[in-house]
Write a protein that binds this ligand. Sequence first.
Ligand code: GDP
Ligand code: GDP
Ligand code: MG
Length: 326
Amino acid sequence: MSSIFFWRKKREEEKVASDSSTQQQPANQANLTQAKLPSRSAKKGIRSLFAISKFDPEDLQTLEDILLQADFGLGASEKIVAAVRTEAKLQGASNESELRKILAQVIEAELGSDRAQLNLSSGKLPYVFLIVGVNGAGKTTTIGKLANWLGEGSWSVVLGAADTFRAAAVNQLATWAERAGAKLVAPKSDGQDPASVAFEAVEAAISEDADICIIDTAGRLQNKSDLMDELSKIRRVIEKRAEISEVLLVIDATTGQNGLSQAKAFTEVAQVTGVVLTKLDGTAKGGIAFAIQSELGIPIKLVGIGEGINDFAFFDAKEFASGLVA
Ligand code: GDP
Ligand code: GDP
Ligand code: MG
């Protein structure tokens, strides 16, 4: 993955008092400067489709089975194999390495080559990210990774621990905040209203002139109306103070089709703007990325490829396709 450029707020005060256009800007929209954030690659984290079943260039029917096993879904698997056949014929390709190359190109084209970008360029600070998804999907871990990465790029980050069901959830986020050098806004007592923690986190981000506020939420919600009530309340109180830049839905890639149906419930209630697909390192079912893009109609923005602080990357169709085919 190549470097990604984002905008961040310039720390040093710019003394341009005589410039009236600057004076008229709200304080937190002023003084943007481009900063380089460290790059992240998913290359080594994506499992090959051919780790278990071998690729047989003589028999493309086996390729369809491999794609099916990797959760591409029937329609996509058939389409990909048909496209590989056609392209191979066109190019007169028949050996394994040529066919793998064609396969990677076909997968990339099917995924759409748009680079996943986070919404970090509107200039209205602080950017607020709401992180949603079922329990265990990797929300808190993703927040830790993001906070650390943004911190390395000199962004100031405030984390809001709005998963207030369990003290352990707050402690886990606190550990990540410490590692990442981010400020944590935690509930004052167990079970404090998650919306009030979200509100306080955004207030803290504004008063401390922070660049970004990331809100962790609970995944353990009994039913869809609970989920809707809680998330809409969190949204409502945040929006009293700031715009929400991203609602990231975290999905565990190892849960396959089941994870996908749970994810649908979130997209129906949470105005999701992007997907984070975690645990790609732990599964040979990377094809789920296809089903997510086509069934949810929401771009995958980030991928998680391990438990470590640097184990994530921006979703990149080319990198993803070459990882699957490698
Ligand atoms: P949450 O309940 O959604 O907040 O999920 P957590 O962030 O607590 O993660 C649940 C478990 O998944 C933890 O053990 C994490 O270390 C692990 N995890 C999260 N992301 C990844 C990933 O990308 N790869 C792997 N292998 N494990 C992950
Ligand atoms: P509720 O229906 O009484 O819980 O209130 P809301 O739904 O408006 O907000 C939920 C929580 O967010 C409240 O309990 C407050 O802790 C917090 N909150 C919302 N708006 C404000 C505000 O304007 N000032 C402060 N201090 N807290 C607020
Ligand atoms: Mg959590």
